[in-house]
Design a binder for this molecule. Structure first.
Ligand SMILES: *Cc1c(COP(=O)(O)O)cnc(C)c1O
Length: 297
C-alpha cells in the first residue's frame, strides 16, 4: 500500500434522477471513496499533511484517538505503518480490550498498539493537560486528534474544493457532506465553500460551534448549514429505511454507500431536495467520504 500515491483527482460524476429534474438542481457525487483502496475518502485528505509534517519533523511514533469502529484509526494504522511510523491508538471503551472489532483487529495487523480507556477518560481527548500527561508517559509521540481533525487536516480537505472547482470549471453552489467531528465540513468551509453538513450522530447541534471553532476566518462561519435530524437513532445506528435507501441508491446510481455516514447524508440531501430547499439551477456536489471498510455485512 502506498499512502503517497493516491488516485487523484477523484472522479466527479453527475447523478440523474427524477427528483433532481423536478427540483431543477444539478447533483454531482465526488468519489472520495476511490482515493485509495485502504485509506479512503476524507481520512486520506485529513491525514495527508499530518503525516507529511510528522515525516518532516522526523517523528518516530504517531498517537491518535478513536472508537472501536473508527475509520480514522483504521486509516491511521495503515498509512502510518506504510510510512514507517509506529502508531498508538487510544480506543474509547475498556470493554473492547478483550473483544476486538474487525476494525481493531485490522489496526493490530498494521502494528498499531492499542490503549483502551474508559468513556470518561476519553472525554478528555482534546484537553491540553490530559494530552500533556499522555505525551510525557509515551515518549513524546506526534499527536493527531480524533478524526484527523486539526489545522493540518483541514488543509488537506481544502484541496478537494480546488480540485472540484477545476473539474466543474466553476465552484459549485454547495458541498454536501456527512459530519462526525465536523473536520471535513470545516476543511471545505476553510476553502471558501458553502457547506451543508449532515450530522451522523444524535444531538449533533454541538457541531455548529465545533466546526466554527476550527475556522480561522470568521466570515466563513456563515457558510455552514447544519442538518441534525438525519441521525437514524444515533452514531452507528440505522434501520431498514436507511438500508433500503442504500440498496436503491446502489441500483439507481451503481454506487455503494455505507450506513454510518454517507447513506445518512444522501438520505438527508434527497429529502431536502424534495422539500424544495434549493433554488432552481443550483449545483450541489455531494461528497462520498468513503468509509466502506465499515459497511454493514
Ligand atoms: C470519519 C468519516 C466522516 C466524518 O468526518 P468528520 O470530518 O469527522 O466530520 C464522514 N464520512 C466517512 C465515511 C467517515 O469515515
Amino acid at each position: 500500500m502506498d499512502f503517497l500515491h493516491p488516485s487523484l483527482p477523484t472522479p466527479l460524476q453527475k447523478l440523474s434522477d427524477q427528483i433532481f429534474e423536478k427540483a431543477q438542481v444539478n447533483v454531482y457525487i465526488k468519489r472520495e471513496d476511490l482515493i485509495h483502496p485502504i485509506v479512503s475518502g476524507n481520512k486520506w485528505r485529513k491525514l495527508k499533511y499530518n503525516l507529511l509534517e510528522a515525516k518532516a519533523t522526523e517523528q518516530k511514533t504517531i498517537l491518535t484517538f478513536g472508537g472501536a469502529y473508527s475509520n480514522h484509526l483504521y486509516a491511521t494504522a495503515a498509512a502510518g505503518n506504510a510510512m514507517g511510523f509506529e502508531t498508538i491508538g487510544v480506543v474509547r471503551g475498556v470493554e473492547f480490550a478483550e473483544n476486538d472489532t474487525p476494525t481493531l483487529q485490522f489496526c493490530r495487523e498494521q502494528n498499531m498498539k492499542l490503549q483502551f480507556v474508559s468513556r470518561e477518560e476519553y472525554k478528555h481527548r482534546n484537553s491540553l493537560s490530559y494530552l500533556y500527561e499522555l505525551v510525557q508517559k509515551l515518549e513524546h509521540p506526534f499527536l493527531i486528534p480524533e478524526g484527523g481533525t486539526s489545522e493540518l487536516g483541514l488543509k488537506g480537505v481544502a484541496e478537494m474544493v480546488t480540485e472540484t472547482g477545476e473539474q466543474l470549471e466553476s465552484p459549485p453552489d454547495f458541498f454536501a457532506v456527512a459530519a462526525g467531528t465536523g473536520g471535513t465540513a470545516a476543511g471545505l468551509l476553510s476553502a471558501g465553500a458553502n457547506v451543508l453538513a449532515f450530522s451522523a450522530l444524535k444531538g449533533g447541534e454541538f457541531l455548529e460551534t465545533d466546526i466554527q471553532d476550527l475556522l480561522v476566518h470568521s466570515e466563513q462561519k456563515g457558510n455552514l448549514k447544519l442538518f441534525t435530524e438525519y441521525h437514524f437513532g444515533g452514531y452507528a445506528k440505522w434501520n431498514t429505511e436507511l438500508t433500503d435507501f442504500m440498496d436503491s441508491f446502489k441500483n439507481r446510481f451503481d454506487v455503494q454507500l455505507e450506513q454510518v455516514y454517507t447513506a445518512k447524508m444522501f438520505y438527508g440531501l434527497f429529502d431536502q431536495i424534495e422539500k424544495g430547499y434549493f433554488k432552481a439551477g443550483s449545483t450541489i456536489v455531494a461528497v462520498h467520504t468513503g468509509g466502506l471498510q465499515g459497511l454493514l455485512k
